[in-house]
Write a protein that binds this ligand. Sequence first.
Ligand SMILES: *[C@@H]1O[C@H](CO)[C@@H](O)[C@H](O)[C@H]1NC(C)=O
Ligand SMILES: *[C@@H]1O[C@H](CO)[C@@H](O)[C@H](O)[C@H]1NC(C)=O
Ligand SMILES: *[C@@H]1O[C@H](CO)[C@@H](O)[C@H](O)[C@H]1NC(C)=O
Ligand SMILES: *[C@@H]1O[C@H](CO)[C@@H](O)[C@H](O)[C@H]1NC(C)=O
Length: 387
Amino acid sequence: MQASFRLTNGENGKENIIYTKIIPGKSWSFRILYFFLIFLVLGLGLCIISMNMVRYFGLQYMTLKESSWLEPCSDNTNSLECWLRPPSNLMHNMNDTELFWRATFAPRIKEYPYKRVPKLAFMFLTRGPLPLSPLWERFFKGNEGLFSIYVHSMPGYRANYSRSSVFYGRQIPSKVTEWGKMTMCDAERRLLANAMLDLSNEYFVLLSEACIPIRNFTIVYRYITKSRYSFLGSYDDRGPYGRGRYDKRMEPEVTLKQWRKGSQWFEINRELAIRIVEDKIYYPKFKEFCKPACYVDEHYFPTMLTIQVPHLLANRSLTYTDWSRGGPHPATYGKKDISKEFFDRIVGRKMCVYNRHLVFLCQLFARKFAPSALEPLMSLPYDVFGY
Ligand SMILES: *[C@@H]1O[C@H](CO)[C@@H](O)[C@H](O)[C@H]1NC(C)=O
Ligand SMILES: *[C@@H]1O[C@H](CO)[C@@H](O)[C@H](O)[C@H]1NC(C)=O
Ligand SMILES: *[C@@H]1O[C@H](CO)[C@@H](O)[C@H](O)[C@H]1NC(C)=O
Ligand SMILES: *[C@@H]1O[C@H](CO)[C@@H](O)[C@H](O)[C@H]1NC(C)=O
């Protein structure tokens, strides 16, 4: 076997032709070529294996943890998964106009062409820290893939959660929020809109830093997803703190008969969330004509949704609040209040309607709890809350 290598001698420009005899296994150049080929094949093999590993484990991880760490989809990975993937980073630079517009995208075909596991979005409206977060961490543990968390706090506040926390990186772009003013409803709509960007979120629960879960996740998930109605408090209060806050200038959009009141802490499904975020009819009326002593967060959503979709409302809230002490603020419980008997008393013996049946399980969350309540709450026996 013979091969010729043509070399150019740079100095005199003359071409020298060198003939080399190649005897298999003995020539150096053949060995180099041989090793080179082996490396090439090995390298290619490794490359293919690692690409498949990334795809396999990437997908596995996605179904487990909803892929929050994965890169956003680029042009060459334009599959259905990419469209369904929630944003990898909750921080964005859309303003409310842009965000609300984006959030109200909704499919017209109602059957999903994939197995959709509906998630609960827990939306925390807070001033700053979440002092009861260890209790929530315990509540969420083991239910990954069935919930997502969003936190709206005062703009200056920097959250400081460890990477292993369910609250890590769940802060959304926030604005100043004042109690009883329209900025409060703006914050609630902002929370909804951010949560709606994840297409898996189907139910939206509004909570504050003083709220605690008083049932385990399994029960909360079942109760909410099996309900035919959304849990938004809405009733006609004929007294001064109800109808007394109505302003006739809201007509014809809102009449006195349509005026409703209800707790701010709601649970609604996606359909109602879209209605709240897209609303341009009632918003200007409430913004202009419901100012303190009319507290817009107690009237806007209950009134608007009772006008639009009364048949979808349970007209009651899932969050226990104690107004029995009177005054504009509900009772706050601290260290000394917490005991098994206390929870038996507040959540036990009441009856309510659930899917047209009378049931004993009426509330899943409770407020208000001071930071000092955390320690006794954490040491309550398992059977009080079931988690
Ligand atoms: C958001 O930005 C758009 C485009 O610049 C502007 O038209 C809109 O008024 C802004 N909305 C808010 C709430 O600032
Ligand atoms: C954040 O938390 C860590 C430990 O959890 C603490 O050492 C650190 O000082 C905190 N930083 C701030 C700014 O609060
Ligand atoms: C809630 O109230 C509305 C009217 O205010 C009513 O039409 C609807 O049936 C009520 N929902 C339930 C579950 O009773
Ligand atoms: C949730 O609570 C219920 C009732 O308290 C209990 O029967 C069930 O075992 C609990 N589930 C889990 C996963 O702990």
